[in-house]
Design a binder for this molecule. Structure first.
Ligand SMILES: [Zn+2]
Length: 290
């Protein structure tokens, strides 16, 4: 029996991978590939009433910056370097832009952008994250519903750092982004790349599949398909640090006690191969609204 693609509605789909929620619940899931739009999607998809249960873990580092241990320490150091790198890519050719960070988490990227003079707006699904970010930014952080109610062309830049893989209704979502962005505005999207060496190496244990929190899994072609006709892809940038972090997490799922060293090994191999192929563990796509 085929499963219908949640983006294009095609039933021309096939099982890509069977896997578990290795991170939290150990429940079984499946990733299905759509042959029409090339999207990979998680099934079954937990509905709105229960999806929150899959995020309840102290291990969810994006919401936990004070955790002790080597990996959280590295994670936080790298996060700072990454923020500067992400800001440089994002703000190119703009002076004091109106910037929306959709899925802003605890607001670290916006905090940096605010200091650099951007007129910032934050938005997150999680109430805890919104409260933490609001305190940090001294500004109300909005829910998605509040952001979608803003006037057309409210922003010059919209960023989504590892957010699009969590979005259930991609079609509605991409329409809202199009509406909110001013003409020639930039849409900056970072997502894991399932064609990277580390993804192909770890297969079902690849930590960036992260089912069922990640509902969509992208590659260059499928990501562009979502924004085609409305946006032009200007450039793709690598996120090289993700290869190490994701490999270390994946090593844990494999059950390897030496996850740190092995993660570094596989992560650096992934980056080395990607130099030739462009298939980095995570990619940043910069689109321009037309
Ligand atoms: Zn499809």
């Amino acid at each position: 029996m085929s499963t219908k693609c949640p983006f294009c509605g095609s039933e021309n789909t096939k099982s890509y991978l069977k896997l578990k929620d290795y991170f939290l619940t150990q429940e079984d899931f499946e990733i299905v590939e759509c042959f029409e739009c090339k999207l990979l999607f998680t099934t079954p998809r937990p509905d709105h009433s229960v999806i929150g249960n899959y995020y309840k873990s102290d291990e969810y580092l994006s919401h936990n910056e004070h955790k002790k241990g080597l990996i959280p320490w590295i994670y936080n150091r790298v996060k700072k370097i990454n923020i500067r790198y992400k800001y440089k890519i994002t703000s190119e050719n703009f002076i004091r832009p109106r910037l929306l960070d959709f899925g802003c988490g605890i607001g670290d990227f916006l905090y940096y952008a605010q200091k650099k003079g951007c007129k910032i707006t934050g938005c997150d699904m999680s109430e805890d994250a919104r409260n933490l970010a609001s305190a940090k930014l001294k500004k109300d952080v909005l829910t998605p519903e509040q952001v979608f109610a803003l006037p057309h062309s409210s922003f010059d830049i919209i960023t989504m750092w590892h957010v699009l893989e969590h979005i259930d209704d991609l079609r509605y979502f991409s329409e809202q982004l199009y509406k909110l962005l001013a003409k020639d505005g930039r849409l900056v999207i970072a997502v894991p790349n399932y064609m990277s060496f580390d993804a192909l190496y770890y297969t079902d244990k690849w930590a960036a599949f992260d089912v069922p929190r990640h509902l969509n899994h992208f590659h260059k072609e499928s990501l562009q398909h979502i924004f085609v006709n409305r946006f032009i892809l200007e450039k793709i940038y690598p996120l090289k640090w993700d290869a190490y972090y994701i490999s270390m997490m994946s090593e844990k799922f494999v059950g390897n006690t030496n996850s740190f060293i092995n993660g570094i090994k596989i992560g650096s191999k992934s980056n080395k191969k990607a130099k030739k192929t462009g298939e980095y563990s995570s990619l940043i796509y910069v689109f321009r609204k037309i």
